[in-house]
Ligand binder design. Structure first.
Ligand code: PBG
Length: 335
């Protein structure tokens, strides 16, 4: 086709995409993706003490709450229509050890918090994180040998205890975020053996070794004291491996699979959406939150619009659920 031919074609153009963009009503009619409050999961940080609400420096607008104040935050979220929260504990230094014993203490911070939420706001879905990093002195998600190697199967044994103690406290979904091999299956078998058939598993299936977790590690004071997490979390360069991880997690009994982080991994969300019929979740992580907040504070971007555009892109890519620190803000924007 010559340039002239194609110009003739353009002149005779019958379909003009701009026709359907002309008015707000037309645009709404052809909108393909809709973000709703049902898509949102609100991650929350809980700390010891009373009447504590401590802002996280690298996550303006996000706080570590003591349990008493956390309960009203959970109630507020529920009143805004948010269906689920994901809990992360700030563990006091004196309770940390090499093996993360505190993670499966039946009276530990997470376990007490879950019980209290289930008494106060029983309908909200409570998701608990299954990983050792907040509980270990070294800050890794697993047990470490004397050469600094992260041990897989011994870690899985501790994760199983942790998941069982969270189920006993009343968690609706346990969410292994540790990336040890075989943990989903081990947790599923243990939950079933203990009669917790209805406790589901939200698997952090494709969790990347990402620099976007920095602010979260500030929040929990959980940065690894040596090395990095590259022997268990995935390499940012890999996509096929994400499918392999999801395949395994599904075979092992995952109910929901997750991609983390979200924005830099929209292609992975899309591929997993095509691969499985399970719900796919995306974690809009702390670094993604911090970047938007920082730019907005400088007046360089329109915060609300950038938030909605970012979360819409995650849904468009195929996410059914989005864990986001913006959950309350977004719930307010959507009413
Ligand atoms: C720990 C965990 C991390 C996040 C959730 N669970 C950090 C990590 O793996 O180092 C990150 C969440 C965020 O950055 O918002 N297993």
């Amino acid at each position: 086709m010559t340039v002239e031919d194609s110009q003739v074609k353009t002149d005779r153009l019958i379909y003009r995409p701009r026709r359907l963009r002309r008015t707000t009503a037309l645009r709404r009619m052809v909108q393909e993706t809709t973000l709703t409050v049902n898509d949102l999961i609100y991650p929350l940080f809980v700390m010891e003490g009373e009447q504590q609400k401590v802002e996280i420096a690298s996550m303006p607008g996000c706080y570590r709450y003591s349990l008493d104040l956390l309960l009203s935050e959970v109630q507020q979220a529920f009143d805004l229509g948010i269906n689920a929260i994901a809990l992360f504990p700030v563990i006091s230094e004196h309770l940390k050890d090499d093996t993360g014993t505190e993670s499966h203490n039946p009276d530990g911070l997470v376990q007490r918090t879950v019980k209290a939420i289930k008494q106060t706001v029983p309908e909200i879905v409570v998701i608990t994180d299954v990983a050792l990093d907040p509980f270990t002195t070294h800050g890794h998600d697993g047990l470490v040998d004397d050469k600094g190697i992260i041990l897989n199967d011994p870690t899985v044994e501790v994760l199983v205890k942790m998941a069982l103690s969270q189920a006993a406290a009343g968690a609706d979904l346990v969410a292994p975020s540790d990336m040890m091999d075989g943990r989903v299956g081990a947790i599923r078998r243990a939950l079933d053996a203990a009669g917790y058939y209805d406790v589901g598993i939200l698997a952090y299936s494709a969790k990347y070794a990402s620099a976007y977790y920095g602010p979260f590690r500030d929040a929990l004071d959980s940065a690894p004291k040596f090395g990095d997490k590259k022997t268990y979390q995935m390499d940012a360069a890999n996509a096929r491996e994400a499918i392999k991880e999801v395949e395994l997690d599904i075979a092992e009994g995952a109910d929901i699979v997750m991609v983390k982080p979200a924005l830099a991994y929209l292609d992975i969300i899309h591929q997993l959406r095509e691969y499985t019929h399970l719900p796919v979740a995306a974690y809009n992580v702390s670094g993604e939150y911090a970047m938007i907040k920082a730019a907005a504070q400088h007046g360089w971007i329109d915060e609300k619009k950038v938030i909605l555009e970012s979360l819409t892109s995650m849904k468009r890519a195929g996410a059914d659920l989005i864990l986001t620190y913006f959950a309350k803000d977004v719930a307010l924007m959507l009413v």
